[in-house]
Write a protein that binds this ligand. Structure first.
Ligand code: ARG
Length: 245
């Protein structure tokens, strides 16, 4: 059973959506494989099961998070509403899920990440992945969240990765950097692009080993799910990036 989210919700009832901003980090320094300072990525959450971190997740509204379907698929969720599209268990296609919290998060505990508003030009972009996953292929989970800057591959490069064309669907993207990758336990967590407001472009989904040459991390391509998210997040108060002067 999915027991708890790492950020606990306190009672705070609010009905109408107040204007809010997304994607503002708190003093983020962008380098690879670095500890995140507390509150630096205020949208990053962990999913716990029996008090152990099983996956990451991203806060996109005060009572909604995105994660990977395979993190919550067939797990009894008595306290969460989980929506998932056509998740394909054999190839992890459509590995995206929305978690709706019974109680909204307290305002001081989070800031949401922005969602892409259109298909993003992602090929070659620098992005940051973060989570509590292992820091080496067979290593233990990290006790603190870590972030690493990696690069998004083009679709052609991704299709030509060690996995072979058939494994990578148009709903996925590849990303890594030499010696840098997401790993076990990072699933469901955010891959964000700073533009300059942090936008969720990917969700950690799968990979062979971790940081193996020719085998990048494979992520849900969030912008492919915008129509689906419109429906799945219909009860959410999502936020917009601050307007430029
Ligand atoms: N499915 C894995 C999870 O639990 C994520 C794997 C990501 N792998 C990678 N090489 N990037 O935690």
């Amino acid at each position: 059973m999915l027991r708890a989210l790492c950020i606990f919700a306190a009672a705070a009832a609010a009905s109408a959506c107040k204007p809010c901003t997304c994607g503002a980090a708190r003093g983020a320094r962008v380098v690879g494989g670095d500890a995140l300072s507390p509150g630096e990525f205020p949208w990053l959450a962990a999913l716990l099961r029996d008090d152990k971190v099983i996956c990451g997740a991203t806060v996109v509204a005060k009572d909604h998070l995105l994660t990977a379907t395979h993190c919550v698929h067939e797990i009894e969720v008595s306290r969460l509403t989980v929506l998932h599209p056509d998740f394909k268990r054999y190839n992890y296609d459509n590995d995206i899920a929305v978690l709706r919290l019974a109680e909204p998060l307290p305002d001081n505990l989070f800031r949401p990440a922005c969602l892409p508003d259109d298909e993003y030009r992602l090929s070659g972009a620098n992005a940051i992945v973060s989570g509590w996953g292992s820091t080496s292929e067979k290593g233990p989970a990290s006790h603190i969240p870590i972030k690493a800057e990696i690069q998004i591959w083009s679709e052609e490069e991704c299709a030509g990765a060690g996995y072979g064309r058939a494994k990578v669907t148009p709903n996925m993207l590849c990303a890594n950097a030499p010696g840098r990758d997401s790993c076990t336990g990072d699933s469901g967590g955010p891959l964000v692009v700073a533009n300059p407001y942090f936008t969720l472009v990917g969700i950690v989904s799968w990979g062979r080993g971790c940081a193996r040459q020719g085998y990048p991390g494979v992520y849900v391509r969030v912008d492919r799910f915008l129509p689906w998210l419109k429906v799945a997040l219909r009860h959410a108060c999502t936020c917009s990036p601050p307007l430029f002067p």
